[in-house]
Design a protein around this ligand. Structure first.
Ligand SMILES: C[S@@+](CC[C@H](N)C(=O)[O-])C[C@H]1O[C@@H](n2cnc3c(N)ncnc32)[C@H](O)[C@@H]1O
Length: 322
């Protein structure tokens, strides 16, 4: 059995017998005014963080959701789109598709604004999305791509890129690892399916996004997710996993490299009222300007005495320089 088949079997089991906290979820799911989430749907919340960012969901976007799980995030996306088939949710596991469909029927009984036709559940997988090129505004996945081995992750990202319209957004939430996960854990198919041993480091994860062609990446949240202890996981030191929420834009990569926003700002404190670097960044004296990490590094090394670069907050919500 390949690791992907093992993952499909695992998700078939947990669709039939939900396991609360399978993927570590410490907080209740994102609440929205007038949104009721049934206990059945909530106990199948197998994601970390969230992929639902209101600012990316204006003008009733078409959303392709990969790996439907219990349907929670598909319902949350439908909250913003509110029209038939605006959310297409794909999953290769029949039991998971059936569970999501059941949960969405309950959702329609509990949410007067929602109709099950708003979410179209389709058979399909991350490597062959059943929609044409450049046809959707948003692709989202939560806690799925981290289970893929690097070559498969590359394919899944290329597929997401293919179906996005120019300017479209890939919304992701995944565990990342604070150091390389050792081979004996990476090779454990069950731990991988449980989102515990496939995670890449932050650098590797963002590099995959850049290599796919995404020209702008924004980190929306980064927080502790799980600690793998020495005894249970046969490690010489504990290994902290984090969760990373990100938005990647299908825009061209600038000549000097992709813009990755992690919440850094640049603050000019020189003798002029305004500093213009002649590369599109105008800093008003004393006022923080959001900058991507590439620009932060350039400004910080060019004018170390006059430009203060603040640390990454790992919480960036737009309004940046480039
Ligand atoms: C960790 S769960 C996450 C579910 C959901 N995104 C959530 O946040 O609750 C992974 C989901 O991906 C599905 N899945 C597994 N392999 C897949 C594949 N190759 N392509 C698309 N979905 C897949 C599983 O059936 C399951 O629904």
């Amino acid at each position: 059995m390949t690791y992907l088949e093992a993952a499909a079997q695992f998700y078939s089991e947990v669709a039939e017998t939900p396991q609360v906290g399978l993927c570590c979820v410490q907080s209740s799911p994102l609440q929205l005014p007038g949104l009721n989430i049934s206990p059945q749907m909530q106990e199948m919340n197998y994601g970390c963080g969230t992929t639902v960012h209101a600012a990316e969901l204006v003008n009733q976007p078409t959303v392709l959701y990969v790996g439907v799980g219990g349907g929670l995030e598909a319902l949350q996306f439908a909250y913003f789109s509110r029209k038939p088939s605006a959310v297409i949710a794909v999953d290769p596991v029949p039991a998971m598709r059936e569970a999501a469909a059941r949960n969405l029927i309950i959702a329609a009984e509990e949410n007067s604004w929602f109709d099950p036709s708003f979410v179209e559940i389709r058979e399909g997988d991350a490597f062959a999305l059943p929609v044409p090129d450049a046809s959707v505004d948003v692709v989202a996945q939560n806690c799925l791509f981290n289970i893929f081995e690097p070559a498969d992750l590359k394919k899944a990202l290329q597929e997401a890129y293919r179906v996005l319209k120019p300017g479209g957004r890939l919304l992701m939430s995944d565990p990342i690892a604070t150091r390389e996960i050792p081979q004996h854990l990476r090779q454990d198919d069950r731990l991988r399916a449980m989102c515990l041993s496939g995670a890449l480091t932050y650098q590797e994860y963002t590099q995959h996004l850049v290599d796919t062609g995404f020209g702008q990446i924004e980190v929306r949240a980064r927080r502790p997710y799980r600690l793998l202890d020495c005894q249970t996981y046969n490690l010489s030191e504990p290994l902290l996993l984090e969760s990373l929420d990100s938005v990647s834009f299908k825009v061209p990569i600038p000549e000097d490299g992709a813009c990755i926003f992690t919440g850094k700002t640049a603050i000019y404190s020189g003798s002029q009222e305004i500093f213009d670097d002649s590369a599109g960044h105008i800093l008003q004296k004393g006022v923080p300007a959001a900058v991507c990490d590439k620009t932060a590094a350039k400004l910080g090394s060019r004018l170390p005495e006059e430009v203060l670069i603040t640390d990454s907050t790992w919480h960036y919500t737009g309004g940046g320089c480039c």
